[in-house]
Design a protein around this ligand. Structure first.
Ligand SMILES: Cc1cc2nc3c(=O)[nH]c(=O)nc-3n(C[C@H](O)[C@H](O)[C@H](O)COP(=O)(O)OP(=O)(O)OC[C@H]3O[C@@H](n4cnc5c(N)ncnc54)[C@H](O)[C@@H]3O)c2cc1C
Length: 677
């Protein structure tokens, strides 16, 4: 019978092979369940093979040993090669295939068209009129131009209303004049703005006849298409090295009375007519399309990042032998330590939870876009609320989870050879970009407060379909049902009830505090600020409900019995771990007893034991290719030590046995010290 784990190969590290033989389910079937079927998984393998077979799509040496300039040059070279091979490799322009292909060729650390693909194109799709689509889309899609998204300024990121860049309508020339009136109005941070892009979406305050209509988006050409020189009136450059993503040229940009045609305003939702008449959008949040899109795919991306880190740490923990549990029985795989399992398995569970929730929310996004195209913006605020909360919770937990994975690899986790530092620095940026996390939680809280007001007024809002806030209007149990004899499905339901209970309680508590303080004649704004921590807690609690339901639904949809069983264990671990994390909130009002909480903690230990034989197969089912993982520790074949030694040979420092610094500085110092002895 063929092994259940399809990654087993002859000659692999025997510890990894024996782990793979322990798995109780078919990794193939789990891969199919998460990637959308047999064909999709097959196509991933064909794409990986294609990239393997074409040297120009690969790096000449590990990027970890390249200077920043070399990384940027290497990424640009590969973008061109990727484009050349694109249609040989990606079928029917399929988005999942394209994304995977790109992930294999470039690294997480970035590429010159990252913002073009992630923000520029989505903005062109969602915010332009049909005429503008006709004019710009094919050029942008074929990479006849490279664009980015310039919103943040030195002085303002979160508070968009205070952006200072101006776009003033000039009726006489039928154009907008873009201007950066102060130092703080300098655009600062946009990815690929510094050197790669020749166009950008620019967010600026729209002025018509001296009246300000607030921030609007404009398509702006920044550089000459032939020479790539900045155009007159434009000052542009790179902002310098950062915590991570140094392959990306995040940039600064200033305008000096720079003229663009009126028709370069994004006119899909609002517009300025030839005579200066301003036409406003059907819904004030309709312009958030691209942001909401990015936030909705971020959950999927972050699940992937955490899955990558968990794969590296779990495989490495299977081949790393350190210390003894039972004297005389030799050194154990570090994966056998309960503390290691407690550190790693919840990360595997969260990776799946975020990945599967990400897929769900991406589908929600496409539904909303469909509704919007039919002139119906009803579902947008709810999507905005959930993607804001999700983005915040998922990026935060992913960052913490990746760091756990890194520490679980001991000293080697600290080396860039592990691949984890790159994953971490890329993933953690997500806590800030596309809306700072705290601010995002407060956005979700605004929606929650409206829901709370409806609950207190006993007036359930009428929605056309089911809403993620429905549970607020359904009475739940008064006491936690965990510990009563029940089926697996019922216990999942009982845990979700715990999350719902906490979300309702924290939301209503924040609402009541807001109301109370309002009555104490504080301003509305001060009251909001005084309650902000409680509001963020409510948002996290509601987001937990959403993720738990999405994960439970995805697991319930798995057809194969053995896969379903393995994933149910993971789902239970995810849920019980969350219950313990919010234990205080559950005990606070007596919803859960101390005994129930202790028993849930014990369930976690039982689940760790249950999951142990499947740990490697669970991460293997993500089918991250070695090229994508970019990790010596997480290699599929488990041959870590000999490859660590090979990897270090790339260090520039090893090009000679003695460095010039020795002759210049340390050598003379030591000689002088010795001469005085
Ligand atoms: C890796 C990376 C990539 C980026 N890429 C782009 C890009 O491509 N294009 C682009 O335009 N921008 C980009 N940015 C900028 C990014 O969008 C902003 O940094 C982000 O919106 C936060 O704004 P800020 O930096 O001004 O922080 P601030 O808004 O100044 O926040 C500072 C602190 O104040 C708190 N705070 C601010 N307002 C509130 C509030 N109302 N209530 C409570 N707390 C508050 C925040 O929580 C935070 O702790 C990028 C940033 C990073 C790190």
């Amino acid at each position: 019978m063929a092994p259940l784990n399809v990654l087993i190969r002859e000659g692999d590290n025997p510890d990894l092979t024996s782990e793979r033989l322990k798995g109780t389910f078919s990794t193939e079937l789990l891969s199919e369940a998460i990637y959308g079927g047999k064909k999709k998984v097959q196509r991933r393998r064909e794409i990986a093979k294609y990239v393997d077979d074409h040297k120009e799509l690969q790096d000449e040496k590990p990027v970890d040993f390249m200077s920043r300039e070399e990384k940027i040059e290497n990424a640009a070279r590969k973008v061109v090669a990727m484009r050349k091979h694109y249609f040989n490799c990606v079928q029917n322009d399929d988005k999942d295939e394209a994304h995977y292909y790109q992930g294999l060729c470039t690294h997480l650390d970035g590429m010159p068209i990252g913002l073009h693909m992630g923000m520029f194109l989505p903005t062109l799709y969602t915010q332009t009129s049909d005429e503008q689509k006709e004019k710009w889309l094919s050029k942008a899609m074929s990479l006849g131009m490279i664009g980015t998204y310039a919103q943040t300024e030195i002085g303002h990121g979160t508070n968009l209303r205070m952006l200072e860049t101006t776009a003033t309508f000039d009726k006489t020339t039928d154009s907008f004049i873009l201007h950066s009136p102060t130092i703080s109005s300098t655009k600062w941070w946009p990815g690929n703005l510094g050197k790669s892009s020749n166009h950008s979406i620019v967010v600026a305050q729209l002025y018509v006849d001296k009246k300000c209509y607030g921030p609007h988006t404009f398509l702006v050409q920044l550089r000459d298409e032939e020479t790539h020189q900045p155009l007159p009136g434009i000052t542009i450059g790179d902002i310098g090295p950062k915590f991570g993503i140094n392959t990306i040229d995040n940039g600064f940009l200033r305008f000096d009375h720079y003229k663009i045609p009126r028709t370069n305003m994004m006119m899909g939702h609002s517009r300025v007519e030839r005579d200066g008449t301003y036409v406003k959008p059907i819904h004030d949040k309709v312009g958030y399309g691209a942001m909401v899109f990015v936030r909705s795919v971020m959950c999927l991306m972050q699940g992937t990042f955490l899955g990558m880190a968990a794969t590296i740490a779990t495989r490495y923990s299977a081949i790393r032998r350190q210390g003894v549990i039972n004297p005389g029985q030799g050194e154990v795989q570090v994966l056998d330590y309960q503390t290691q399992q407690h550190r790693l398995f919840p990360q595997i569970a969260r990776a799946y939870a975020f990945f599967l929730t990400g897929k769900h929310v991406r589908d929600m996004y496409y539904n909303v876009v469909q509704n919007l195209s039919e002139g119906n913006a009803d579902t947008l605020p709810e999507l905005h609320a959930i993607t804001s909360g999700l983005k915040s919770v998922v990026t935060h937990q992913t960052g913490l989870g990746i760091e756990q994975c890194r520490m679980a690899c001991g000293g080697h986790g600290y080396s860039q050879a592990s691949g984890i530092p790159m994953i971490y620095t890329v993933a953690i940026g997500g806590c800030t970009y596309e809306g700072e996390n705290m601010v995002m939680l407060l956005q979700t809280a605004r929606f929650l407060m409206r829901t709370a007001a409806a609950v207190r007024a006993n007036k359930r809002p009428s929605t056309k379909g089911p809403s993620q806030f429905d549970y607020f209007f359904v009475p739940g149990p008064r006491q936690c049902r965990l510990g009563q004899v029940m089926t697996e499905g019922e216990s999942v339901q009982a845990m979700i009830e715990c999350f719902e209970h906490v979300a309702k309680r924290l939301t209503l508590r924040a609402y009541d505090r807001l109301e109370l303080r309002k009555n104490q004649s504080r301003s509305k704004e001060d009251t909001w600020n005084d309650t902000a921590v409680d509001l963020t807690k409510a948002s996290r609690a509601h987001t937990r409900v959403f993720i738990a339901k999405a994960f439970a639904k995805a697991v319930a949809d798995i057809k194969d019995f053995a896969v379903s069983k393995a994933m149910t264990d993971l789902l239970h671990l995810y849920l019980t771990y969350e219950i313990v994390e919010i234990g205080t909130s559950l005990l606070e009002d007596g919803f859960m007893s101390g005994e129930q909480l202790a028993s849930t903690q014990k369930t976690i230990y039982d689940l760790l034991e249950k999951i142990r034989p499947n740990a490697v197969s669970l991460v293997d089912a993500f089918e991250f290719d070695d090229r994508q993982l970019h990790s010596v520790l997480g290699r599929r074949d488990g041959h870590v030590y000999e490859n660590l030694l090979k990897w270090a040979q790339h260090s520039e420092l090893n090009k000679s046995d003695v460095l010039p610094a020795f002759h210049k500085h340390l050598g003379p110092m030591m000689k002088e010290a010795r001469s005085k002895l």
